[in-house]
Design a protein around this ligand. Structure first.
Ligand code: SAH
Ligand code: SF4
Ligand code: F3S
Length: 457
């Protein structure tokens, strides 16, 4: 859809003319996952072409964009709180307020915004994000409120300008949407069906990133191993082709779905030396009973046997995961099954979530919702188990040599540098600044729960 984006470049140009010489600033508030962040980088790209420069201080901003997430409940309160705070600034300074992203695809939210926050200027959805420049132009010209949300799946728009947050690592979205309809999840409703970018477009973007000096690429999608590049070109082919790109040293991907993890992907991970050997493999629950109710389409045994197969085939492979506790009808026994899988797999990292009811999803209508108290109690038990295993797990790194991509200065101690092992553990070490954006070999000397300490070899 080149024409549409060409048209948007014209709007960026027009807005830029109107803004000329005014030194205007934008702030962007990103609330969601890595896909959401990648969208925010595109929103930043468009805003900069419109003549705005970035500020971290919302109060200074002439335009504020909220890029929302709705995967769990707490996001809503947070958003409404933030927008409430914007009212005064809007009145005093005329700040343009734009709200976009996943939450805007939910009708009841947009209704609430219109009713209670009429001063919001632009509401855009996940399928209309690329039109932000056009929306801003109309606001500047007419000062009339714009609501631009559609429920038809958006096309894939190539060529949107992008302003990346990082100089070492870059995310590349390879597919949009999700077809899985896990019964707890809102994503398929707000992101539409799966649409894959072409292999050419993806590889071209990554080659450009390599030329700009990027070393690490994360391939993004809600279910990357159902990527379909056309003519039989699958995710495993993409991994192999990205692995060949000179300059790129590390390749990660999130998220694969266990049900679609076929041998060709396992073989590609094994063969491609740049592909990280930490695999994010969302479990959600360890109980086959709950997995069925979640519509995950694998059992506890299938998950464990996938992990086993991968451990047999891929040297040094380790795993991270997502787990939801307190899904409707989850019994103590079901929860024990989750703990059992955690013990068996020995995950490097576990992202834990308390089940959150989402309007419009099948699980929200299930009768046996779990009381808050029990959900929290189970969450704490899981957390305790994970933390106790982590310390044990960290110890195995001590004395080993790890190759680490140096990301920058440590936030807590600017005299130290920080990077990550292949298995995504943070390592802090002493070193000169010119090591940033290179790969160094470090000997691990101690562990500190959330990070490891290393020494340059
Ligand atoms: N597509 C990815 C996940 C995207 S959402 C996948 O299938 O793995 C990220 C995580 O949020 C999910 O893995 C899940 O653990 C969690 N999540 C999604 N919906 C949730 C809900 N209603 N309540 C609590 N956690 C949820
Ligand atoms: Fe949600 Fe399931 Fe799709 Fe992941 S695979 S985005 S959890 S519906
Ligand atoms: Fe991501 Fe949240 Fe949307 S998890 S896809 S930003 S609902």
């Amino acid at each position: 859809m080149k024409n549409e984006i060409d048209k948007q470049y014209e709007y960026m140009e027009k807005v830029n003319k109107i803004n000329e010489g005014q030194n205007l600033q934008y702030a962007i508030y990103t609330m969601g996952c890595q896909l959401n962040e990648n969208d925010s980088e595109k929103i930043s790209g468009m805003l900069e072409k419109m003549g705005y420069s970035k500020t971290e201080d919302i109060k200074k901003a002439d335009i504020v964009v909220f890029n929302t997430c709705c995967v769990r409940e707490n996001a809503e309160d947070k958003l409404f709180g933030k927008i409430g705070e914007m009212k005064k600034q809007k009145e005093e300074k005329g700040t343009i307020i734009a709200i976009g992203g996943c939450m805007m695809q939910e009708e009841h939210i947009v209704e609430k915004l219109n009713k209670s926050y009429p001063f919001v200027d632009i509401i855009f959805g996940t399928h209309t994000m690329h039109k932000l420049s056009e929306d801003v132009y109309h606001i500047l010209e007419k000062r009339a409120k714009i609501q631009d949300v559609i429920t038809i799946d958006g096309e894939i728009y190539e060529g949107i300008p992008i302003k990346r947050n990082d100089k070492t690592k870059a995310s590349v979205t390879i597919m949009y949407g999700c077809n899985n309809f896990c019964t707890y999840c809102i994503v398929p409703y707000v992101r539409g069906r799966e649409r894959s970018r072409t292999p050419n477009d993806i590889l071209k973007e990554i080659k450009e990133l390599a030329n700009e000096g990027y070393k690490e690429i994360t391939l993004l999608g809600q279910n990357v191993n159902s990527y379909d590049g056309g003519n039989g070109y699958k995710f495993s082919n993409l991994l192999r082709d990205v692995n060949k790109i000179e300059g790129i040293e590390k390749i990660r991907f999130v998220s694969p779905h266990p049900k679609d993890f076929k041998e060709d992907v396992i073989d590609a991970i094994k063969d491609c030396e740049k592909v990280s050997k930490i695999i994010h493999l969302p479990l959600q629950s360890g109980s086959s009973n709950i997995l069925k109710k979640m519509n995950r389409r694998y059992t506890k045994e299938q998950y464990l046997s996938l992990v086993k197969r991968m451990k047999e085939k891929i040297q040094n492979v380790v795993f991270s995961t997502d787990i939801i506790v307190g899904f409707p009808e989850e019994t103590e026994e079901d929860f024990e099954d989750t703990l059992d899988v955690v013990r068996k797999v020995n995950f490097e990292q576990v992202f834990m979530f308390i089940y959150s009811r989402r309007v419009g999803t099948p699980a929200d209508k299930m009768e046996a919702q779990i009381p808050e108290g029990i959900k929290h109690e189970r969450f704490n038990r899981l957390k305790e188990l994970v933390e106790s295993m982590m310390e044990e797990n960290n110890k195995k790194y001590i004395g080993t040599i790890q190759s680490v991509l140096v990301e920058g200065k440590s936030k807590n101690n600017p005299n130290m540098l920080t990077g990550r092992t292949d298995s995504n553990k943070v390592v802090v070490f002493e070193g000169k600044e010119d090591l940033i954006n290179t790969v160094v070999d470090l000997k691990i000397v101690s562990e500190h729960m959330w990070y490891l300490k290393g020494e340059i070899m």
